[in-house]
Design a protein around this ligand. Structure first.
Ligand code: 13P
Length: 247
């Protein structure tokens, strides 16, 4: 049976104490979960989450990192510190970072470089807005976001994780139709194959308004290797239902 990847992006939706209580609730479930599960709490909760996850096979991810290795960048967190806090993964280019923090494509490239140098696997988030989709720009946007990121990998054997997160689906309750999803995921797979020209260890995820009512239909896509879950990952029953779907 296919082993899926489920990433929980808690964003800033859970304060430190709430996150700690939630992890206590999650640990017994995580201990027996067969799928690959990656939790992405806020920066402050990383180290304690890592300690709590010790009896489980779940892994830790950060939500972003600095584009710089070190220096006078007040408030930023470097990739090396994330590694030391126990992170194996880190999101790059989440649309909320691109929108609210004005992160550019060049910023995402520098972040991915820092992460690879620190032996952290980047989770490359790409996706178009509703306006871009209706202007038939979906694939040119995906290409503009993905191509420079793939260049960072050069000869690296790091796992290539790409999350297709259409901006219009995040937090809206709307998900792409099956044909929209398949079309975008197939494009991403093909683009990676063309650009990398070698058999990569590739994981393709979908994220945006995933809940326990629609996860199963998304997972039917033959192009999908897992899900990047926002809100529903903070609801124990919903998260458990999603992760248990293909057990
Ligand atoms: P929602 O599942 O809350 O729509 O968020 C998706 C997301 O942005 C995951 O990174």
């Amino acid at each position: 049976m296919k082993r899926y990847t489920y990433i929980a992006n808690w964003k800033m939706n859970s304060d430190y104490n709430t996150s700690m209580r939630y992890i206590e609730q999650l640990v017994p479930f995580l201990k027996q979960a067969e799928q690959r599960i990656i939790l992405c709490p806020s920066f402050l909760a990383l180290a304690q989450t890592y300690a709590s996850l010790a009896p489980t096979r779940a892994l830790l991810g950060a939500q972003t990192c600095s584009a710089f290795a070190k220096g006078s960048y007040t408030g930023q967190i470097d990739a090396q510190s994330l590694k030391q806090a126990g992170c194996s993964f880190c999101l790059v280019g989440h649309s909320e970072r691109r929108t609210y923090c004005h992160e550019t494509i060049e910023d995402t490239v520098q972040q991915a470089k820092q992460l690879l140098q620190a032996s952290i696997t980047p989770i490359l988030c790409i996706g178009e807005t509703a306006e871009q989709r209706s202007a038939s720009q979906t694939f040119s946007i995906l290409e503009a976001q993905l191509t420079p990121l793939l260049n960072v990998y050069e000869d690296s054997c790091a796992e290539l994780i790409v999350a297709y997160e259409p901006v219009w689906a995040i937090g809206t309750g709307t998900i792409p139709s099956r044909s929209q999803l398949d079309e975008a995921l197939a494009w991403i797979k093909e683009h990676i194959k063309k650009q990398r020209n070698k058999a990569d260890n590739t994981t393709i995820l979908y994220g945006g308004s995933i809940g326990d009512a629609n996860a199963a239909s998304c997972l039917e896509s033959p192009f999908l290797d897992g899900l990047l879950i926002g809100n529903a990952s903070l609801d124990f029953q919903k998260f458990k239902n999603i992760v248990s779907l293909n057990c």
